[in-house]
Design a protein around this ligand. Structure first.
Ligand code: 2BA
Length: 128
């Protein structure tokens, strides 16, 4: 990490980040959402992930925030993340013989699955 005044400005003051929002979103929604969030001053980490049920790719965003910005953040996620329908036949292939006819089933995915966690402490470590 670079040193100097810029770093001091960049790091959140102690105690400022007291919520962690974990948002699982569709990969097609992730790019515009990340752009809008960063433009509004949210800091986040994007992880490429996959759902356990459909085993399709999704994106998981880790967003550390002050609790005062929670509603604003949830609204932005809600606006950007669409509900989509996917067909899957996995329910049947996993639980019955492969010889039986496999009927596709439609499942609704999203807008977003959001977990909100309390953060005990946030620290930024620097070498030296
Ligand atoms: P998936 O696990 O691939 O699930 C995709 C969609 O399949 C779900 O959409 C839901 O509509 C359906 N689904 C999931 N499990 C099911 C089951 N046992 N039986 C019938 N239908 C099922 P969403 O609920 O919107 O979830 C989207 C993604 O969010 C999930 O992808 C997963 O990656 C994540 N997610 C949802 N709930 C979670 C949880 N409790 N813990 C961790 N991740 C979760």
């Amino acid at each position: 990490m670079c040193k100097g005044n810029l770093v001091a400005d960049y790091i959140d003051p102690p105690g400022a980040i007291n919520r962690l929002v974990v948002a699982v979103v569709n990969p097609d929604d992730a790019d515009p959402l990340v752009r809008h969030l960063t433009a509004q001053g949210f800091r986040l980490t994007r992880l490429e992930s996959a759902g356990g049920f459909l085993r399709r790719g999704n994106a998981t965003l880790l967003i550390g925030i002050p609790s005062a910005r929670l509603e604003e953040l949830l609204e932005m996620i809600q606006v950007e993340c669409l509900t989509r329908a996917y067909l899957t036949s996995d329910l049947f292939t996993q639980s019955t013989s492969d010889l039986l006819p496999v009927l596709p089933v439609e499942v609704q995915v999203g807008g977003a699955t959001v977990f909100i966690l309390d953060v005990e402490k946030t620290i930024y470590l620097e070498a030296g």
